[in-house]
Design a protein around this ligand. Structure first.
Ligand SMILES: Nc1ncnc2c1ncn2[C@@H]1O[C@H](COP(=O)(O)OP(=O)(O)OP(=O)(O)O)[C@@H](O)[C@H]1O
Ligand SMILES: [Mg+2]
Ligand SMILES: [Zn+2]
Length: 551
């Protein structure tokens, strides 16, 4: 096989792009209605079809076939694009051409009319790599584009793109492609190439690719090049160093039954079989995640890339384990997966993780324990209400809270912060419909979040512009209301600069010339979060309120 399979199988029409219908359908409609935007931003994980879709759009814009058939892939223009020799399609790799001069050159040439086609099309790949002066130059072009120019910016890291640039583009988020859709696509390739494959083998490839079609097709290519005419699940597992799912489920069964002996015996067998323990550990985490999803939602539809039989076994384990153990096990085995590489006793981190999980939450660090704030607990007890269940289950945790100053872990709700961050993209979708494009664009700059009971801190990296935009009095309440609805609890928002969101931990630094009357937020920090008020030596003009950990 001379060309790599993934190149040979690059999608050539909108309908061939798998799993991105929300993008391709909108583009088809725009072409039909003659409403193609001047600039698009294609964002999303690698190998999900951004460049392919950009080229298809470029073809459709310049294709000489009747409108309904574009792109036809037969006319000279379409063919020139497929073969990479169309003069009016300019592809720039911003990873290597990221200077302001590169963009200035673009700007100088963009005014000239296209030489063959109707449009001059610029595809700027990895656009987040541009320098900030290059972004400024690009912004000028995007602000006043000549009528014959179209821009498609592609990136895997949209949060690194200035909000000013994002707001000039129509944005499409490419999604990770679900394993079953990857498997279907692979099946088409298998058939067309005259091979055969077990459906479970293709599903396994799909799962291991984690949404990236390029990786999936490459792995299939690798299977063929081994000389296998029929791709089997066993071969795929071998190539991936993966252990069969049944062993993973057995192992989790041992964890659920708190049977360390059985777990250790399984690890021993894997060692002697020469399996990759790192891969095994990752599979364990993947399956535990499925258990967690079932425990939270009891909705197997959310696990659509697992075989039905596996789902049934997972459901039984979801009932057998409690959520806290599952969360702790996920955390502990993830760490073990990282520690497994090298070491003179290669299986040791895995064995220790197993034993710690089996021994239970006594050894669990406080950050995974569901937290009840001391103040809430006190109020509840005063009113004669039942103690929160989480506290009853964690006598040790409650005791240490009483004895010492609350630690940082007891203030930042680590689990909720992580969950909010994992669903941030989803929240941006909500904001888009409730608070408009501008706020959404600015919130794309957020790099990190931290959640306490009533406050969500957002860190905007170095992007002061976006931070200020969200903090505006006519924007912030709307965003806070949307976030409160999204999280199902009343929260206020604190906008910060910096890479890490910091919550009022041990200290609040206040401006020296504070306004008269107590600041309700500082009051809250002191009374509810145990913060101390300090006087700022030099009032910061950067932030209204600043938080810092005590030295
Ligand atoms: N949605 C998809 N449907 C079908 N094939 C796809 C899809 N996405 C990627 N591929 C396959 O992967 C290859 C690479 O895709 P493409 O270059 O479009 O990805 P990309 O999103 O631009 O990735 P990167 O971020 O790494 O540039 C294609 O040639 C094709 O074989
Ligand atoms: Mg690309
Ligand atoms: Zn054509």
């Amino acid at each position: 096989m001379s060309t790599a399979l993934y190149r040979k199988w690059r999608s050539q029409t909108f309908d061939e792009v798998v799993g991105q219908e929300h993008v391709t359908q909108t583009l088809k409609n725009a072409l039909r209605d003659g409403r193609v935007a001047h600039a698009y931003l294609f964002s999303g994980p690698r190998g999900t079809g951004k460049t392919s879709t950009a080229r298809i759009l470029a073809k459709a814009l310049n294709c000489s076939a009747p409108e309904a058939e574009r792109p036809c892939n037969r006319c000279p223009t379409c063919q020139a694009i497929t073969e990479g020799r169309m003069i009016d399609l300019i592809e720039i790799d911003a990873a290597s051409n990221n200077s302001v001069d590169d963009i200035r050159e673009l700007r100088d040439k963009v005014g000239f009319r296209p030489s063959e086609g109707r449009f001059k099309i610029y595809i700027i790949d990895e656009v987040h790599m541009l320098s900030s002066s290059a972004f400024n130059a690009l912004l000028k072009t995007l602000e006043e584009p000549p009528p014959h120019a179209r821009f498609i910016l592609a990136t895997t890291e949209p949060h690194k793109i200035p909000a000013t640039v994002i707001s000039r583009c129509q944005r499409f988020d490419f999604r990770r492609i679900p394993a079953p859709e990857i498997a279907q696509h692979l099946q088409r390739i298998v058939d067309a190439e005259g091979f055969s494959a077990e459906p479970d083998a293709l599903l396994m490839i799909g799962r291991s690719a984690q949404g990236c079609m390029r990786d999936a097709v490459s792995l299939l290519d690798q299977m063929f090049s081994f000389g296998h005419d029929r791709v089997t699940l066993m071969q795929v597992q071998q190539v991936l160093g993966a252990v069969n799912t049944q062993t993973v489920i057995e192992f989790i069964g041992a964890v659920a039954a708190r049977d360390a002996q059985r777990g250790l015996a399984l690890i021993h067998k894997l060692m002697t079989d020469g399996a990759s323990l790192t891969e095994f550990c990752q599979q364990v985490v993947e399956q535990l995640r499925a258990v967690m999803v079932l425990q939270m939602t009891n909705n197997p539809a959310l696990l659509d890339d697992l075989p039905a039989e596996t789902v049934q076994q997972m459901q039984a384990q979801a009932k057998q384990m409690d959520l806290a153990t599952t969360l702790y096990a996920i955390k502990r085995f993830s760490t073990a997966a990282n520690e497994l590489k090298g070491g003179f006793q290669p299986q040791l981190p895995l064995e220790m993780a197993l034993i710690e999980v089996v021994q239970g939450e006594a050894t669990a660090p406080p950050s995974v324990v569901v937290r009840t704030s001391p103040s809430t607990a006190a109020v509840n007890t005063e009113q004669g209400a039942v103690k929160p269940a989480a506290q009853e289950k964690q006598p040790q945790q409650a005791k240490s809270d009483d004895q010492s100053q609350p630690k940082r872990e007891s203030i930042v709700d680590v689990e909720t912060s992580r969950r909010l961050w994992a669903r941030w993209k989803e929240f941006l979708g909500v904001v888009r419909s409730q608070c408009g494009q501008q706020a959404t664009a600015a919130l794309h700059a957020v790099r990190d979040v931290a959640v306490s009971d009533h406050v969500v801190a957002l860190a905007f990296g170095g992007n002061e512009f976006s931070r200020n935009l969200v903090a505006k009095p006519d924007v912030l309440p709307g965003v806070a209301a949307a976030l409160s609805r999204f999280m199902g609890r009343e929260v206020t928002i604190e906008c910060q600069l910096g890479e890490k969101a910091v919550l009022v931990g041990q200290a609040v630094v206040v401006q020296a010339q504070a306004t008269d009357g107590p600041d309700p937020l500082i009051e809250f920090a002191v009374h509810d979060l145990g913060a101390q008020v300090m006087q700022s030596p030099t009032p910061s003009s950067q932030r209204k309120r600043q938080t810092s950990p005590t030295a």
